[in-house]
Design a protein around this ligand. Structure first.
Ligand code: NDP
Length: 237
């Protein structure tokens, strides 16, 4: 297990689900962790008390708040952008304001947070963004905006890898398939449909995604950048 003793980690969107597992993993490995939350103050407070991580209210839909949070965090070693939302439904019926909010959280915040983090990040720094296998494969209707947002992260990582590589900073996208969280519970109505696309017919666990994030943040992954890392039970295969 990589040791993150002496490292500072900022997780955007860490109060629940995959983000909370990432917070727990870095704390367990010795890092000083700050995580943001927006709609779940109680979950955030509970996680902070349980782990010793610092919780900070920051709405990822608010670009300037995201930039300020990253800037005020100082020279962080690892930035993880996990906050993301999904909207399901008929594209012809969806509220354009809600779609634009999704783009602000899922696309704009990852971009601006990554750029802001790189300003102060030391050599060896790591930026990891949580995308989705839906950036590669969208096998159901009603989720085009979500798929668009996750595909956009791929171009972002490829481009920023070029910008930051000379300074020893890597940027990668982790692309989960179905993972058992509030957003996509294994006990939910989508279970059989989703498992039908998969070779390993179960939801992933948040801890499995956190393990991939920890590897990408660690010393063995210094040559890995501008790449997508899919962890999906072959959903996209
Ligand atoms: P959850 O809905 O369970 O948790 C989402 C987390 O993001 C919460 O901590 C939430 O905090 C935070 N968040 C959401 N919106 C905002 C916001 N506006 N500002 C700050 N924080 C925010 O989702 P998952 O854990 O399932 O998903 C996490 C990431 O993984 C997302 O990017 C998602 O797209 C991606 N993903 C998930 C998959 C799955 O099957 N679960 C599959 C593929 C990708 P709060 O409640 O405090 O606002």
């Amino acid at each position: 297990m990589a040791s993150f003793e002496g490292k500072s980690v900022l997780v955007l969107g860490g109060s629940r689900g995959i983000g909370a597992a990432i917070v727990r993993r870095f704390v367990q490995d010795g890092a000083a962790v700050t995580f943001t939350y927006s709609g779940s103050p109680e979950a955030a407070q509970q996680l902070a008390e349980e782990t010793g991580a610092t919780a900070a209210m920051t709405d990822s839909a608010d670009r300037d708040a995201v930039i300020a949070r990253v800037r005020d965090s100082g020279p962080i070693d690892v930035l993880v952008v996990n906050a993301g939302i999904a909207i399901f439904g008929d594209a012809l019926e969806q509220d354009p304001d809600q779609i634009d909010r999704l783009f602000r959280i899922n696309v704009h915040a990852p971009y601006h947070a990554s750029v802001e983090a790189a300003r102060q990040m030391p050599a060896g720094g790591r930026i990891i963004v949580i995308g989705s296998v839906n950036g590669d494969r969208m096998p159901v209707p009603g989720m085009a905006a979500y798929a668009l947002s996750k595909s956009a992260l791929q171009g972002m990582a490829r481009g920023l890898a070029r910008d930051f590589g000379p300074r020893g900073i890597t940027i990668n996208v982790v692309q989960p398939g179905p993972v058992d969280t509030d957003a996509n519970p294994e006990s939910g109505p989508m279970r059989d449909l989703l498992h039908g696309f998969m070779a390993i017919k179960r939801h992933g666990r948040p801890e499995e995604v956190a393990g991939m994030v920890a590897w990408l943040a660690g010393p063995e992954a210094g040559f890995v950048t501008g790449a997508m890392h899919t962890i999906d039970g072959a959903f996209g295969a």
